[in-house]
Design a protein around this ligand. Sequence first.
Ligand SMILES: [Mg+2]
Length: 387
Amino acid sequence: MSRISRVELIEFTYEARGFARDSHGALCPHPTAVQHVSAFHLAIETEDGLRGEYIPAHSGKNPAIVPQVAALAPRLIGRDAFAREGIWHALRWSQRHLGAIGLSAIDTCLWDLAGKALNQPVAKLLGGFRSRLPTYASTTHADRFGVLDSKQAFADFARHCKSLGYRGFKIHGWGEGDPREEAANLLHVRQAIGPEMALMIDPACTLASFADALFLGQACDEAGCFWYEDPFADMGTAIPAHRRLKEKIRTPLLLTEHVRTLEAKLPWLTEGATDFLRADPEYDGGITGVMKHAHLAEAFGLDVELHGAGAAQRHCMAAIRNTNFYELSLIAPGRRNPIPGAFMQGCSDELENVGEDGCFPVPDGPGLGVAYDLDRIRHAAVAVRSW
Ligand SMILES: [Mg+2]
């Protein structure tokens, strides 16, 4: 048994240059502004010298996540680092009132540890299905500052992504709840990129009403969208509304990004309220949780689409048949991806990293295949805790 003897959690911050916040607090591009973004690095060590590490690419910027990881960390001490399933269920119980988000980073960190101990990439341990990941470019939210601020700007950026090889383009619009502006933008982008490239739109629950969701859904039909994601302010949780929306539009829906637990996502499939299931290793119980989602969707003959960019997402996608795209989020023209990419090597999520085949690679080093720059992380640290 490899007994867990130490857990370390480092909170750090970094600068995202060329970004501001929109009215919801989401990052959007800006010509000159700089945002300070939060992240965390988690390390789990065993008494026989094994070590796993992980930085979630996206969820760490939400300061509500860190206390949940910290609350669970002491419960790991003394447990077998290879007993991931047992740990997963024990920690889930501890945070059953909170959707058990805190166990997500811990589970992925334990997969990194296992892969390094066995000198194999996580994708191979999961059971490989593919080595190249077809990718869509997923924009930041639109801005009002002169960067991604008009349908012309979106069309130019979409054409640029297409010229780089991307197979799909997903719009995160203005988030101001104007379905007419969002629909006009969507249709303009479709005209600019032609019919072959997959086109998606994610209002991220910012449209005010079901009627607004229906209006934009009809534009999705006209634009031939690949999917329509989380349209309105029910926060993507109302099954009856989305069943009804599906009766009225042809575009497939992608829901359940904001529904926590596998059990709560199940009725979305049984009730026919979504076409694609959503899963994210940063929110849905780590790599173990994502694979449960993939197999749930598989049992329905449906696809699971992974949320967000990052090493954990890549290893999972490599081992799932019933999925379509890697999400290169969140990007905007002329700026670095605002994820903590500068603190790691081996898994870069920049716009220009796409291959000529429109795919991203799966890291092939042991574990997650990522090298973390601990000196740089410690230098940027705002809090260090260990157990
Ligand atoms: Mg989304």
